[in-house]
Write a protein that binds this ligand. Structure first.
Ligand SMILES: O=C(O)C(=O)C[C@]1(C(=O)O)C=C[C@@H](O)C=C1
Length: 291
C-alpha cells in the first residue's frame, strides 16, 4: 500500500503538527502555510488526508476551517483529535532584558492569552500570523525585541528560548483538530484512545419562521440522540440567513439518521452529513526548556 500523504497547517512547530505527530503512524507529511491551502491540497489530490484546527476550548470555533469545509470544498471529516494546548512566550536566544515591541501569533493563540498580554505587555503591538509556527519563524529571523506565542516544539525547531511558560489564561486549554479526506480511505493511526464516535451534520432552514430551530432539535431529541455542539454560521447569502452545524454523539446508522433527515426534509430543511468518525484524545507531553 502506498504511503499515506498527510497535509497539515504548517510550517514546522505548529500545534497542528504536534497533533499529526501524535496521531499518525508513518506517512509523508506536508505543511501548508494556511488552512485554505491545506484544504485545497486535499481537494486537488496533492495529499490524501488533511489536518486542520476546528475548535479551541477558550476561543471557540475556527471559523475559517468551518466555512472553508462548508462553502469551498467537498470533503468528509473522518476523525477528530483533541490535543492539550500550552502556550509559551518564545524569544530569540539573544533576547535578555529588551523591551518586547511586537508579539506575533495566530489569532486563536493570541486570544487564548489576552489577559496575560494585557497585564504584562500592554504596549506591545500584536501581529497576527497564519500559524504559531510561522510566528516563531518570524521571531527567529527578527532577533531581539519581538516574541512569538507558540509551543515548545516551535521553540525547538526555530532555536528560540521560552521566556514565560503556560501563558494561556485558562488551565483547561484544548483544541480539536479535524482530519479530512476527499475520498475516504483507511487511516494508519497509532494506538489511540477513542473516546467516542460522533457524526457532524449541517442543517439549513428554508426560511426564518417561528419554532424552526425547535423543530430541528426535536427531531433529534425524541430519538434520544445526544447533541454535543450546535453552532450557527452565516450562509453568506444575506443578513439573517444561517446554517446550523450539529455534532451528534453517536455514529451514523441506517435508522435514526435517515429518520431525522426525512423528518427535516418534510419541514423544508436540508441535512448534509459532514462526517461520521472516531474522536481521539491525545495527551502530548510538553518538555519545557527555560530561558
Ligand atoms: O497555529 C497553530 O499552531 C495551529 O495549529 C492553529 C491553532 C488554531 O487555529 O487554533 C491550533 C491550536 C491553538 O489553539 C492555536 C492555533
Amino acid at each position: 500500500m502506498a504511503e499515506q500523504r498527510i497535509g497539515y497547517l504548517g510550517p514546522k512547530g505548529t500545534f497542528t503538527k504536534m497533533a499529526v505527530d501524535g496521531l499518525f503512524d508513518g506517512g509523508t507529511y506536508i505543511g501548508y502555510e494556511s488552512i485554505p491551502a491545506c484544504l485545497d491540497a486535499v481537494e486537488n489530490g496533492e495529499v490524501d488526508t488533511g489536518v486542520v484546527p476546528l475548535e479551541n476550548a477558550i476561543e471557540g470555533s475556527v471559523h475559517l476551517t468551518i466555512d472553508y469545509l462548508v462553502h469551498q470544498v467537498n470533503q468528509s471529516i473522518i476523525a477528530e483529535l483533541t490535543v492539550p494546548i500550552k502556550q509559551h512566550l518564545l524569544v530569540h536566544p539573544d533576547h535578555h532584558d529588551h523591551d518586547l515591541k511586537k508579539i506575533y501569533s495566530h489569532s486563536h493563540a493570541i486570544a487564548q492569552c489576552h489577559q496575560y498580554l494585557h497585564k504584562n505587555y500592554p504596549q506591545a503591538d500584536l501581529e497576527y500570523t497564519a500559524s504559531t509556527g510561522r510566528a516563531a519563524e518570524i521571531v527567529a529571523d527578527t532577533g531581539t525585541g519581538a516574541a512569538a506565542i507558540g509551543n515548545h516544539l516551535a521553540a525547538e525547531e526555530n532555536g528560540l528560548k521560552i521566556l514565560a511558560e503556560n501563558i494561556h489564561d485558562y488551565d483547561n486549554n484544548h483544541t480539536r483538530f479535524a482530519v479530512v479526506q476527499k475520498n475516504p480511505m483507511t487511516l494508519k493511526v497509532k494506538d489511540q484512545f477513542v473516546t467516542k464516535q460522533k457524526t457532524t451534520v449541517m442543517v439549513t432552514l428554508p426560511k426564518d419562521y417561528v419554532g424552526a430551530l425547535h423543530q430541528v432539535l426535536a427531531a433529534f431529541a425524541w430519538r434520544k440522540m445526544n447533541l454535543s455542539k450546535i453552532e450557527s454560521r452565516p450562509m453568506k447569502t444575506g443578513l439573517g440567513n444561517y446554517f446550523f452545524l450539529i455534532d451528534v454523539d453517536q455514529p451514523y446508522d441506517q435508522i435514526l439518521f435517515p429518520g431525522v433527515q426525512a423528518e427535516l426534509e418534510a419541514l423544508g430543511c436540508q441535512l448534509k452529513i459532514l462526517g461520521t468518525y472516531p474522536s481521539y484524545q491525545l495527551d502530548i507531553p510538553s518538555p519545557i526548556r527555560r530561558a
